[in-house]
Design a protein around this ligand. Structure first.
Ligand SMILES: Nc1ncnc2c1ncn2[C@@H]1O[C@H](COP(=O)(O)OP(=O)(O)OP(=O)(O)O)[C@@H](O)[C@H]1O
Length: 238
């Protein structure tokens, strides 16, 4: 049934390339419909289209019918549901975090906390995308340097969407203060950084930001709805 949905009307767009735990990488662009005009003109590396169904992974072309629902009507909205266990946040390991090989540790922290990864891709954002992402900082003296550091391709960004209870606020707490020198011990920035200009990670600071950022960086079909087998042991309140 699901595979019929996947292939219905989208045979050319969705190709089964590997199955049973294997992974497929797409050369797709990064930005979704909500980011029209903000598509990555830069290189997009291994955009991992997390549209896995059961034990299979599917390769999806951005040129395909992106509106095709991959799951069903009960699919979680792209930006999640505020205040529920389906709340979502946008987390990005910035180029310095990738260069310093901290991606695995950061993912590990979110996974270990009990959060669910629903979107993941490696991308060099376009200038336009970075400028939109940091639009509120446009007047700051460091703005141009910030955009250059995010987009110059010396290293990609690992863009992620995480889901779970209070994930927006807790994600920010896990990151620590913007200035690493003010970050609480044990937070990601306190553990790994000393410079505000190289603070390795970004996290949405509100539901509104998460909504904007998730739709700016991800196409809806790059986000996976799935249920971890341990969900009952992580999310129940009794
Ligand atoms: N004074 C500064 N000098 C250089 N870079 C800065 C400075 N202030 C902020 N930045 C950079 O701009 C980013 C965005 O700043 P913002 O004030 O929005 O903080 P933030 O929300 O904690 O950071 P982020 O959006 O990256 O999670 C910071 O993460 C940092 O990389």
């Amino acid at each position: 049934m699901l595979s019929r949905t996947l292939f219905n009307g989208s045979r050319q767009a969705v190709r089964l390339v590997k199955s049973a735990g294997q992974r497929a990488y797409s050369s797709a662009g990064a930005a979704g419909p909500a980011a029209s005009g903000a598509r990555t003109s830069g290189l997009t590396l291994g955009a991992l289209s997390m549209v896995g169904a059961g034990s299979a992974w599917y390769y999806q072309s951005q040129s395909g019918p992106l509106g095709t629902p991959l799951y069903n009507d009960s699919r979680t909205p792209a930006a999640g549901i505020k205040g529920t266990s389906q709340e979502r946040t946008f987390i990005a390991v910035k180029p310095d975090g990738v260069q310093r090989a901290l991606v695995g540790d950061i993912i590990k922290r979110f996974e270990a906390r009990g959060y669910k990864l629903v979107g993941l891709k490696l991308t060099v954002p376009s200038k336009s995308l970075a400028e939109k992402h940091y639009a509120d900082l446009r007047t700051k003296p460091f703005f141009n340097g910030l955009v250059d550091y995010m987009t110059n391709g010396k290293a990609p960004v690992v863009a992620m969407v995480w889901e779970g209870k209070d994930v927006i606020r807790q994600g920010r707490r896990m990151l620590g203060a913007t200035n690493p020198l003010e970050a609480a011990p044990g937070t990601i920035r306190a553990d790994y950084c000393t410079s505000i200009g190289r603070n390795i990670i970004h996290g949405s600071d509100s539901f509104e930001s998460a909504l904007t950022e998730i739709t700016l960086w991800f196409n809806e079909n790059e986000l996976a709805d799935w249920t971890p087998s341990n969900a009952e042991w992580v999310t129940a309140d009794n």
